[in-house]
Design a protein around this ligand. Structure first.
Ligand SMILES: Cc1cc2nc3c(=O)[nH]c(=O)nc-3n(C[C@H](O)[C@H](O)[C@H](O)COP(=O)(O)O)c2cc1C
Length: 199
């Protein structure tokens, strides 16, 4: 039997890394569909399908930048200096596709706490990140751009009563060669439990 220890999917999981600076070409429509369909394979207690995605591309990215930057400034956030605004606009000018990410809160489900709905949504976003990488694209999850400001959330159709807004996924072609990521050794984070420790 052939070993799967060095299989391409495992290699892809090990080598994924976030790439913030992106450019065209964007994923082709069928590739974007593959990424979004991968999100549907996330583990999901109660099959609540809590994830919601909104695709933002072309001129709509500029409209989002105007809206979000105005709201960040209106909120009095002193970190939004003219230099910072310029760098955010420059970053977004290169990004071919953004996906706004949200969890639809199921208020009534007593069996699946909201925390689990959030985890399922996070797992769905992870699947998009991995699928983007496997298809040769770069992606970056950002909670900038006024993610935590209600006017921004509402403008995207994710009001805070019914949704938990989780930011944006930028997807495109990496603007530079992708350097290998420096990852920790898993041993630091893993131990084995063999039974209760004596008191
Ligand atoms: C929910 C979430 C929000 C994030 N928001 C930001 C952000 O606003 N700005 C930022 O520089 N990195 C942010 N990051 C981290 C990057 O997306 C990325 O994970 C980090 O640069 C490490 O890269 P890696 O994924 O290759 O380990 C966020 C990550 C997560 C999971």
């Amino acid at each position: 039997m052939t070993s799967t220890l060095n299989s391409a999917p495992i290699h892809a999981l090990h080598t994924r890394r976030s790439m913030k600076f992106l450019r065209a070409p964007a994923p082709r429509p069928e590739e974007l569909e593959q990424m979004l369909q991968a999100a549907m394979a996330a583990p999901d207690h109660g099959a609540l399908r809590p994830w919601r995605f909104k695709i933002i591309r072309g001129e709509a990215i500029g409209r989002l930048a105007d809206l979000a930057l105005d709201e960040v400034k209106r909120s009095g956030d002193k970190r939004m200096t003219p230099e910072k605004e310029k760098s955010v606009r420059e970053w977004l000018a290169g990004v071919p596709v953004l996906i706004a990410l949200a969890q639809k809160i199921n208020h009534d489900n007593r069996k699946v706490p909201e925390q689990e709905q959030l985890l399922a949504t996070g797992a769905s976003v992870m699947n998009i990140l991995n699928a983007a990488h496997m298809l040769g694209y770069g992606a970056f999850w950002s909670t900038g751009l006024g993610t935590y400001l209600e006017p921004v959330q509402e403008a995207l159709g994710f009001d805070a009563l019914d949704y938990r807004f989780l930011g944006f996924l930028a997807i495109g072609t990496p603007a530079c060669a992708v350097p290998p990521a420096n990852r920790p050794d898993f041993h630091e984070f893993v131990s084995e439990w063999t039974g209760p420790t004596a008191a």
